[in-house]
Design a protein around this ligand. Structure first.
Ligand code: LLP
Length: 418
């Protein structure tokens, strides 16, 4: 059974009726189904016949409860900043559970990561490698590292989330692999643990993965032949999810089979770093219709959520299904623009979308917002961040309180000369 579905024409998340949830919690808010996240984790993990370690890319949804839930499942955590390390530790992660990825790591962040004994740092440049060595030396430790390779593969996804092409800022060009591993091997406070790659996000075909992973296989073979010990390969995240029922996304099994066919007999530990895949479809953004406005050209459904709460539609032109809370209002042939209250024409969730008729006060749900939803929210227009709710079966808890405007202003002051 799908954890988010209509029962008696009423939208439910697990056993919770969303109309009732929105009667007792101020809209807009995010809510997540725990069962959905568990199903995704278990489905992915059990698709592999080989040993694999999942490091959840917490940038997709970094709420402490979501991290804790995945840690409890046995997941590790992929982090990309000092802030994410702190959150992961707060949620109960140990250093050994953490892989530190990402470009532009500062000395302070590296220091914190090394002190926290993170399992591995994925290195993005030669100068970063040298800095890791220097910091490790000053702390009297030897740090595990993997070099992130840029395989120059087009992931055929949105241009803003493509990371594995030569023109992108990420990773080390693969022609330079041998020399950087040689440099790493000569550094006294560096331990070469593995190698990593991540070519992008919301990838909907296995072809780019196959290309990139085959390149990685060849590089590993070569590095080993010249004496480097490569204990693990970190294949990054990026497998897409379906945002509509029509999309044809590779299954867990197909993805796992591809990885197994390349690395199954390579005598290497395999890590993956999925983010979106684990959490995207667990989440709904619940929002209330504040106005319905018809002009000569359009009918606008104006809701109390806005682009500051959920920016994906306007930032990437992404499609998210929008569901009425009650499914028995009769279908309308009318199309609507579903928009927020922010003073920008870019503040929309959907354009020319067919919807059941709604009226002022109706509750609607924006689907598949569990990944890159709340984490990308801002306070634009002095709109405080909204609450997040985790649902398990017939119970729920608020896992992030709604922020108050006074808290937004707290850190500001009026300059003394004013
Ligand atoms: N590992 C690394 C090094 C990454 O940079 C990312 C995502 C992941 C793993 C996880 O990728 P996933 O499995 O979630 O595709 N804000 C954009 C997505 C940005 C992805 C950034 N990196 C969006 O809303 O589509």
């Amino acid at each position: 059974m799908n954890p988010i579905e209509y029962k008696n024409n009423q939208l439910h998340i697990e056993k919770i009726n969303i109309q009732e949830l929105s009667n007792s919690n101020q809209t807009p808010f995010y809510c997540y189904s725990e069962e959905s996240i568990i199903n995704q984790y278990d489905g992915l993990y059990s698709a592999f016949d080989m040993d694999i370690k999942i490091f959840y890319a917490m940038k997709a949804n970094s709420n402490l409860s979501i991290i804790k839930l995945l840690l409890n499942k046995g997941s590790g955590i992929d982090v990309v900043s000092g802030g994410e390390i702190e959150r992961a530790i707060r949620a109960g992660a140990k250093g050994k559970d953490i892989i530190y990825s990402g470009i532009g790591k500062t000395d302070e962040e590296l220091n914190y990561a090394i002190e926290s004994k993170v399992h591995c740092i994925n290195v993005e440049s030669q100068s970063e490698l040298i800095r890791i060595n220097d910091i490790s030396k000053s702390l009297g430790v030897k740090q595990n590292i993997a070099i992130r390779i840029n395989p120059d593969v087009d992931a055929k996804t949105h241009i803003k989330i493509t990371t594995g092409m030569a023109e992108n800022k990420f990773g080390i060009e693969y022609d330079y692999t041998e020399s950087i591993y040689k440099i790493a091997a000569d550094l006294k406070n560096i331990n070469i643990a593995g190698i990593s790659v991540h070519i992008g996000s919301q990838i909907t075909s296995l072809k780019p993965f196959k290309k990139a992973y085959t390149i990685m296989y060849d590089i590993i073979k070569n590095l080993r032949s010249i004496g480097h010990k490569i204990d693990h390969v970190d294949l990054g995240g990026g497998l897409g999810v379906s945002y509509t029922t029509e999309e044809n996304i590779p299954t867990f099994k197909e993805y796992a089979n591809l990885i197994q066919s390349i690395f199954g007999n390579a005598d290497i530990k395999v890590y993956i770093e999925p983010g979106r895949l684990l959490v995207a479809n667990s989440g709904l953004l619940i929002t209330k219709v504040t106005d319905v406005k018809t002009t000569t050209q359009k009918t606008f459904i104006i809701v109390d959520a806005a682009m500051n709460d959920f920016i994906r539609p306007t930032l990437y032109g992404s499609y998210h299904e929008i569901l009425p809370i009650k499914n028995n209002l009769g279908t309308s042939n009318k199309v609507y623009d579903i928009v927020g209250p922010i003073c920008e024409t870019g503040d929309y969730f959907a354009k020319n979308r067919k919807m059941n008729s709604v009226k002022i006060g109706s509750i609607i749900a924006i689907k598949s917002v569990g990944a890159y939803g709340s984490v990308q929210s801002s306070n634009y227009n002095s709109r405080p961040q909204i609450a997040e709710i985790l649902v398990k079966d017939d119970k729920y808890e608020i896992i992030r309180e709604r922020v108050e405007v006074k808290d937004l202003i707290k850190q500001e002051k009026i300059a003394t000369w004013l």
